[in-house]
Ligand binder design. Structure first.
Ligand code: CP
Ligand code: NVA
Length: 314
């Protein structure tokens, strides 16, 4: 059992609304400083380990650049090159890394592996994506919503696969108390356990989270429309079947026309045009989408600085 989950960033669920908003405020402040070329060494001499068991472009670059700009250094660790890849246990790897690193970001398959790592490392652990959640992405997405004036009581429509991104949207909506409509094909709904957690959170925050198999119903009148790949990492063998099953779930101009006139479209990337999103919609919203990608850097700097302070406060 992890003694105190809020000393890590393993899921949105683990943090209070106040903490999440504190992290966002920190991210906004540090982003402003960075844009003014003020690089304050909030994490001077700290080393962030970045352990990857899956591919990454944004997560790797944003964490490495982020820790560097905060005065620390990043260490890229691929499981293929570590003894982990030859069978050393996660538990022992965590104990070794915790002795030498100040903070560790992990991208892995099973959320349980991440939890085990956090339990044994003794230092703050950040979820850089698991099959269940992608919480750092959601912090960047929310920052982007704020910057595009879409954070005030928004209606968000998620169209596509009920995956780690969907689950993370459910947790964010549940914590912050906004309306989220999730449209997936039959058989691709979010996990029942995450739906249960979302109900629990909604009862506290007043969030409205609804599920449908009709993308139009989800998008009608939405402020923010979002999607993700239909084939997540590790599901490559299911690609052909998924493409058939997701017919009608592409966010294209006809679907997007049902949203509010000034609605924005978000995508965590990588995007597969012609599948979950049309070329036209992707390019129309490219400025927002790449703000969102850049915000990975700023949001994660907020997370790292917040965790470091949280750690010092005990
Ligand atoms: N969105 C995201 O996490 O991208 P990467 O897989 O490239 O890190
Ligand atoms: N759902 C995707 C997100 C990629 C950032 C995956 O897990 O591959």
């Amino acid at each position: 059992m992890i003694a105190n989950r809020s000393k890590h960033f393993l899921s949105i669920y683990d943090h209070t609304k106040e903490s999440l908003l504190e992290i966002i405020d920190l991210a906004i402040k540090i982003k402003k400083e960075t844009k003014n070329k003020e690089f304050k060494p909030y994490l001077k001499n700290k080393t962030l380990g970045m352990l990857f068991e899956k591919s990454s472009t944004r997560t790797r670059i944003s964490f490495e650049v982020g820790i560097h700009q905060l005065g620390g250094q990043g260490l890229f660790l691929s499981s293929n090159d570590l003894q982990l890849g030859r069978g050393e246990s996660m538990k022992d790897s965590a104990r070794v890394m915790g002795r030498m690193l100040d903070m560790i970001m992990i991208r892995t398959f099973d959320q349980k592996v991440l939890d085990e790592f956090a339990e044994f490392s003794g230092v703050p652990v950040i979820n850089g994506l698991t099959d269940k959640y992608h919480p750092v992405q959601l912090m960047a997405d929310y920052l982007t919503m704020i910057e595009h004036n879409k954070a005030n009581n928004p209606v968000v429509a998620y169209v596509g696969d009920g995956n780690n991104m969907t689950h993370s949207w459910m947790m964010l909506a549940g914590k912050l108390g906004f309306e989220l409509r999730v449209a997936t094909p039959k058989g691709y709904e979010p996990l029942k356990e995450v739906m249960d957690d979302a109900i629990e959170l909604s009862q506290i925050s007043g969030a409205k989270i609804v599920y449908t198999n009709d993308p139009k119903e989800a998008v009608r009148g939405a402020d923010v429309v979002t999607t993700d790949t239909w084939v997540s990492m590790g599901q490559e063998d299911e690609k052909e079947k998924r493409i058939k099953d997701f017919k009608g779930f592409m966010v294209d101009s006809s679907l997007m026309s049902l949203a509010k006139k000034d609605a924005i479209f978000l995508h965590c990337l990588p995007a597969y045009r012609g599948y979950e999103v049309s070329e036209e919609i992707f390019e129309h919203f490219a400025d927002v989408i790449f703000d969102e990608a850049e915000n990975r850097l700023h949001a994660q700097k907020g997370i790292m600085v917040w965790l470091d302070k949280r750690c010092k406060d005990g």
